[in-house]
Design a protein around this ligand. Structure first.
Ligand SMILES: Cc1cc2nc3c(=O)[nH]c(=O)nc-3n(C[C@H](O)[C@H](O)[C@H](O)COP(=O)(O)O)c2cc1C
Length: 184
């Protein structure tokens, strides 16, 4: 589908939290807006939602490892990074934040993050104790200093049956932010 948006292609990194199911809605809505969506799904993420869902919603194959989508001389992460105009990690686990803040390329999402040179939007979601832990907060600060757009989690009901900060930012708000970024 053709589009007049300046961002035509988004890499959507989906990491291993319960909120991963919400990424399917986001992938669908972005696709309906005429944006090509290429999903990078971590191994942990695939425990929460399967690649066939994203394949069906986006019409594009899902990359789950740097060893997939290899087209010499590229690994899957370089292929994704070079193909997309914007990178969004939704949801981002504490583990992803730690990897990305420390320059580790230990999964498809963190490897793509390192290889990507455009605008990056990261929407963390986790238990409130994990979110408020000094280590996580340090990683968040580092990622902000590195120029990423941190979409702060909401305060509300968490899947661990507690209320607190760590709930994924409302998916409609994330969509609006990404569409705005795509238009700019
Ligand atoms: C039921 C369940 C729910 C989880 N939810 C979250 C979560 O919301 N956020 C988070 O940071 N980690 C969560 N985890 C832990 C991550 O899955 C774990 O740290 C994993 O190694 C993350 O891998 P990834 O960052 O490569 O996707 C959860 C684990 C389980 C078993």
């Amino acid at each position: 589908m053709s589009t007049s948006l300046s961002v035509k292609s988004i890499c959507l990194g989906v990491t291993g939290g319960v909120a991963a199911y919400k990424a399917a809605h986001l992938a669908s809505r972005l696709t309906q807006k005429g944006i090509e969506v290429h999903v990078a799904l971590t191994k942990a993420g695939s425990n929460f939602i399967g690649s066939p869902t994203f394949l069906a919603l986006t019409g594009n194959p899902v990359t789950e490892s740097v060893f997939e989508g290899v087209r010499a001389p590229y690994g899957g992460h370089i292929e994704l990074a070079s193909r997309c105009d914007l990178l969004a990690i939704v949801p981002a686990t504490a583990d992803f934040l730690a990897s990305a803040a420390h320059g580790k390329a230990d999964c498809i999402a963190s490897a793509t993050y390192l290889a990507f040179q455009g605008p990056v939007y990261i929407a963390p979601a986790m238990n409130s104790a994990m979110w408020s832990h000094p280590a996580t907060q340090r990683n968040v600060q580092t990622l902000k200093q590195d120029g990423t757009h941190l979409l702060e989690p909401d305060n509300g009901w968490l899947s661990c049956r507690q209320t607190g900060t760590g709930r994924l930012k409302d998916i409609d708000d994330i969509l609006e932010i990404l569409i705005q970024a795509a238009n700019s």
